[in-house]
Design a protein around this ligand. Structure first.
Ligand SMILES: O=C(O)CCC(=O)C(=O)O
Length: 278
């Protein structure tokens, strides 16, 4: 992966690399070690209660099994550090070029994989994540213009052993799910890095978390960004307190989709009726 720092970042080159190159780049030096420690502490605390799996594939388990892969959703509600990360000026500059100046955020969550935790199936990300049924998407849809950007902010060392994200460079050039014959595991490279490093990639590239065979946790903050008109995955405005929204910065308001109000009731009579029902 090409590597950049805040001083060497080249937004136009990165846009080309995401679309026509490997599909992923590494950014370093954007966050302080205090920010990374604070974010990690919150995620460890928030995910502690998920220590047992009680259901598997829809069925209740008699006894809870150790849960070695944990998600923490709705991170903006869990600490100001996450707003600072989501709207980092370097991300905003690159993503305004990649997804359009009014792009939004689809989700901000943590993925914590404990030692011995499982990997994932190779996949593509939202809004393409159910592209194993391409007929549910528009005819001819392809990845030639981006409707997704993914950011992973590493909170632990991402090594081969700890299960650093695997991806197939260039696979974003053809929008489809990988199949057995693609030999994902033979062709993949890893998004290796240290705490504070950031993997920025186009989620059409085939990728997955790998099993954690190390003796330490492997956590990352995963942020999904979208063009302004794609329905986000998390309903963040509904999940956040009113005072968070009222005092949010202009960039966070944009990321929450508040600048692009559709769908709206445009029929005045119906709008009056709807207001009366509240
Ligand atoms: O945590 C990782 O390495 C990747 C996670 C991922 O791709 C996902 O959850 O969709």
């Amino acid at each position: 992966m090409k590597r950049y720092t805040a001083d060497t970042v080249e937004p136009d080159e990165i846009v080309q690399e995401l679309l026509h190159g490997k599909g992923a780049v590494l950014l370093s030096g954007l966050f302080t070690s205090e920010q990374i420690t604070e974010a990690r502490d919150i995620i460890m605390r928030e995910s502690e209660a998920q220590d047992k799996v009680t259901h598997f594939q829809g069925k209740a388990l008699e006894e809870g099994h150790a849960n070695l892969q944990r998600r923490v959703w709705n991170l903006l509600a869990k600490g100001a550090v996450f707003s600072d990360m989501a709207a980092h000026p370097v991300f905003m500059t690159i993503l305004r070029k990649f997804l359009g100046t009014e792009f939004i955020m689809g989700s901000i969550a943590a993925n914590r994989i404990l030692p011995n935790g499982p990997g994932q199936e190779p996949h593509v990300d939202y809004p393409y994540w159910d592209f194993h049924t391409p007929e549910t998407h528009p005819h001819g849809l392809n990845g030639s213009f981006p409707m997704n950007a993914q950011i992973s902010i590493l909170l632990d060392p991402f090594t081969e052993e700890s299960g650093a994200t695997a991806y197939v460079p260039g696979s974003q050039k053809e929008l489809r799910y990988p199949v057995e014959a693609d030999n994902f595991y033979d062709k993949c490279e890893r998004m290796l890095g240290q705490p504070g490093d950031v993997a920025l990639f186009y989620g059409v590239a085939w990728h997955c978390a790998m099993p954690n065979k190390s003796d330490h946790d492997r956590s990352a903050i995963l942020i999904n960004y979208l063009p302004k008109w794609v329905k986000p995955l998390e309903d963040m405005p509904a999940a956040l307190p009113d005072d968070f929204i009222a005092t949010a910065s202009p960039d966070i308001k944009q990321l929450l989709g508040l600048n692009y109000p559709y769908p709206e009731i445009l029929d005045q009579a119906a709008a009056t009726n709807a207001a009366g029902r509240v």
